[in-house]
Design a binder for this molecule. Structure first.
Ligand SMILES: [Zn+2]
Ligand SMILES: [Zn+2]
Length: 318
């Protein structure tokens, strides 16, 4: 380790505010993704999740409690005054559709090469098969990592580090749920708090090991493991830079850059639902039009804005 790493060895519990990480604290977990997927398909009851997912009772209780606390679900008794509860997607839960769509899209683009026209969706408004295009809410043009940038916002600052749901991966959940996202790799990536946080940091320019440790306060051993996995699945690549000093840098590959819509939608959700009164930690700008933006989806067939109720995900999965 070099000098920079030692500055952070005092292991402060404070970390820079980062909307994506706040969102990941809620949904960056394999079981949570599988619970949400089932909820979007209509599951409401504890016993149904338990039977369909084979999820241990204590884990399901823990995840549902967290999701109720995060206002993703609201619960109400099945019958008046009864003890059995039903869980409904609340506003914050329904709002996750944009993130979930981004996961499905990425997973299919990279793991379902058998049908690669990219038209995984149907837009009910125009009736056409379509792709979803991440677009600027001001000028309606497509957003990319290259025509956008982020700047510190009014809510910039430090907050207590968020602990992940679990330090270990739920391998049984991955085995059970890989069909949901089309691949084990996708579920391994999305069903984790740290891997997407590393990708989000890479979009912000975090390229060196010690930058990532400092920015995310991620335990170095966990960071090493996650970097190795992200390189293995082709999201990051490693390069040795020979500058005034010699160091290793990590950069997003094409497959990694294609996670931009997912990261953008996650940040949007984090800003909306995990915000505090001080305001957003980052403000996002669209270079092409010069405005601050909020991302939304437009239909590749008709160009209109896509709303949740107007989008079908075709074939299997979600
Ligand atoms: Zn714009
Ligand atoms: Zn359309």
């Amino acid at each position: 380790m070099d000098q920079a790493a030692h500055e952070f060895d005092d292991d402060s519990t404070l970390v820079a505010r980062f909307s994506v990480v706040r969102a990941l604290a809620v949904v960056g977990d394999t079981w949570t993704l599988l619970i949400l997927r089932a909820a979007f398909k209509g599951t409401r009851r504890f016993s149904d999740w338990q039977n369909d997912l084979g999820i241990p009772k204590a884990v399901l209780t823990n995840r549902l409690d967290r999701l109720v606390e995060a206002r993703v679900f609201r619960k109400s008794p099945v019958s008046k005054g009864g003890k059995r509860m039903e869980y409904y997607l609340d506003e914050a839960g329904l709002d996750l559709w944009e993130t979930l769509v981004a996961m499905v899209r990425w997973s299919r683009r990279w793991y379902w090469p058998q049908s690669d026209d990219g038209l995984w969706f149907r837009h009910r408004l125009c009736g056409e098969r379509c792709d979803v295009i991440l677009s600027c809410n001001v000028c309606a043009q497509p957003l990319t990592p290259f025509n956008t940038y982020a700047e510190p916002g009014p809510g910039e600052g430090l907050e207590p580090r968020i602990e992940p749901h679990s330090r270990r991966r739920a391998n049984s959940a991955i085995r059970h749920g890989q069909d949901a996202l089309g691949s084990e790799e996708a579920l391994t990536l999305f069903g984790d708090m740290w891997a997407p946080a590393i990708v989000a940091s890479a979009f912000r320019g975090g390229r060196r090991f010690n930058d990532l440790v400092a920015y995310l306060r991620i335990p170095p051993l966990v960071l090493s493991m996650r970097l190795k996995e992200l390189i293995e699945i082709g999201v990051l690549a490693r390069r040795t830079i020979d500058d005034s000093e010699r160091y290793e840098a990590f950069h997003l590959t094409r497959k990694g850059l294609d996670l931009f819509p997912y990261i953008a939608m996650m940040a949007k959700w984090g800003d909306k639902w995990r915000d505090d009164p001080s305001g957003v930690p980052l403000v996002f700008h669209h270079r092409d039009c010069g405005h601050e933006y909020t991302p939304l989806y437009r239909c590749s067939a008709c160009g209109e804005r896509i709303r949740r109720a107007d989008l079908d995900i075709l074939d299997t999965g979600w």
